[in-house]
Design a protein. Structure first.
Length: 499
């Protein structure tokens, strides 16, 4: 069939002329003047657009933009001088954060140091060296009253570190005032029975296994064995919405720092992303071959999970991809926490504490029998610091020096904080002011053993001022290193005198 090119006739009957005219360009003419006019016009448009963007941004955004520009110039000059090296594994930006703090005092002027400091803090990449200075006698302890009837299984702490939430096997969620250690309110929830239908219960009707709170403290998310994720308005303590996408128990919940994006893990072996602002489901990712037992994330759209299949997986949600990290464990990996964007700490049923890195598919460092014969029930890591905590059923919470620069957990532990019972959940404050421990008489996932000396409540450890004061922590570490150097020099001088 031949297609004829005909002129379409409008409804009024008049023919529309076809456009035959073409743009004639004389390429032989000297167009330098015209090009300069075009360039001037384009440059004026760009300047106008830049001015509009500058007027539209907030003061905080402007400071951040200026800091980025200064840092870009400094880093460019360092590259030209040959001061910066290439990545160890060539993997790109995920490994660029390890030496960011070291650059603060690398010959930069005070203004640039301050801008670099503020930028790294805003992006969550500021390293805090506190392990060398932390002393057990500087940590104060506060025991909260018993509130839950059954074991505490999970903890969530707001970004301001003033409010905490605990979930329990008794289906309830309790809000705590961290400053006073007192219970503020209890969210509804009770076990379903033959007399009480699950549909008539407002809240969870089975064990709560996971809670998470947004950084601004506005939304609280909770999930458990009833396969439902409840979203609560933390300001009014009311139920806002419920997500029912998982086909098995919800084992882990975590909010992306600074955003209302929620990640969840489940016994159904899936990881799901939710938009809490829109109360909408985003996507699901699969990969684990057994139930997922824990999940954690920090600032980027990344999450890390652990599973009964004895593997750890690092998820990249925008790319819908995953990095499989297979350990040397002989049993399930029960708990995991991110120390920074590329390093995370896990604990297993065989009692092994492990440090992982995205640059290596096996643990970079392991500590076997970290709690003796007890399996590790919970771990927590102070964000972008060199401190991690682990809890078990041996009656102690142990603090560890986690050096991500050499990717090693230094054994033995720094100290042991006495906490009776099963330590089922741990949470560090974002600034490092507090360490919370949720305890109970039973393990969070079962009833294999009962510790009669345990209390089904929250334990609060208040850390000293220098832990959350970066400058003070850096000064203390520098003083400690200086003292070590002086001791070494004195020892060498004594050896020389003896000779």
């Amino acid at each position: 069939m031949k297609h004829s090119r005909e002129t379409r006739t409008p409804a009024n009957g008049t023919k529309r002329p076809r456009r035959e005219a073409k743009l004639n360009v004389d390429w032989d003419l000297d167009s330098n003047d015209e090009d300069s006019d075009v360039d001037d016009h384009r440059k004026s448009q760009e300047d106008t657009l830049a001015d509009a963007q500058e007027h539209a941004e907030t003061p905080a955004e402007k400071r951040l933009r200026v800091a980025r520009e200064i840092l870009a110039k400094v880093q460019a000059s360092q590259r030209r001088a040959g001061e910066t090296g290439s990545d160890e594994d060539g993997s790109g930006s995920d490994e660029d954060d390890d030496d960011d703090t070291a650059k603060l005092n690398n010959g930069l002027d005070p203004v640039t140091q301050k801008l670099h400091h503020d930028l790294l803090r805003a992006e969550g990449r500021l390293r805090r060296p506190v392990a060398a200075a932390l002393k057990q006698e500087d940590i104060s302890y506060h025991k909260c009253p018993r509130t839950h009837r059954l074991s505490v299984t999970c903890i969530a702490l707001t970004g301001a570190e003033d409010v905490a939430y605990t979930g329990s096997k008794d289906c309830s969620i309790v809000r705590w005032d961290v400053e006073t250690g007192k219970r503020v309110t209890r969210f509804p929830g009770r076990p379903a029975t033959k007399q009480i239908a699950a549909s008539s219960i407002k809240g969870h009707h089975d064990e709560v296994l996971a809670v998470a709170v947004s950084t601004d403290g506005r939304y609280l998310a909770s999930g458990g064995k009833d396969k439902v994720i409840h979203i609560w308005d933390a300001r009014s303590n009311t139920l806002v919405d419920s997500f029912s996408g998982h086909r098995d128990a919800v084992s882990g919940l975590t909010f992306l720092n600074g955003k209302h994006t929620l990640y969840s893990s489940s016994f159904d072996r899936s990881v799901r992303a939710w938009n809490v602002d829109e109360m909408a489901y985003i996507e699901s990712l699969f990969g684990h071959q057994a139930p997922i037992l824990g999940i954690d994330c920090l600032y980027r759209e990344r999450a890390v999970t652990c599973s009964m299949d004895r593997s750890v997986r690092y998820w990249k949600f925008p790319e819908e991809s995953q990095l499989v990290l297979q350990g040397v464990h002989k049993s399930s990996i029960d708990t995991i926490a991110m120390a920074d964007e590329t390093h995370f700490v896990s604990g297993s049923q065989e009692g092994t504490l492990a440090l992982w890195s995205t640059a290596k598919k096996k643990p970079s460092s392991i500590v076997r029998r970290a709690h003796g014969d007890s399996w590790i029930c919970s771990v927590a890591a102070m964000p972008n610091a060199d401190i991690a905590a682990s809890g078990a059923a041996d009656g102690y919470v142990k603090l560890w020096n986690v050096d991500t620069t050499v990717r090693r957990i230094k054994a033995p532990s720094l100290m042991s904080l006495p906490v009776p019972g099963y330590v089922n959940a741990l949470a560090f404050g974002a600034s490092g002011r507090v360490l919370l421990a949720g305890c109970g008489q039973e393990h969070r996932l079962g009833r294999w053993e009962r510790k009669s000396g345990g209390r089904n409540t929250l334990h609060i450890f208040r850390l000293p001022e220098y832990v959350h004061d970066l400058d003070a922590a850096a000064a203390l570490k520098e003083a400690a290193e200086e003292a070590e150097r002086e001791d070494a020099e004195a020892a060498s001088d004594e050896e020389g005198d003896d000779k």
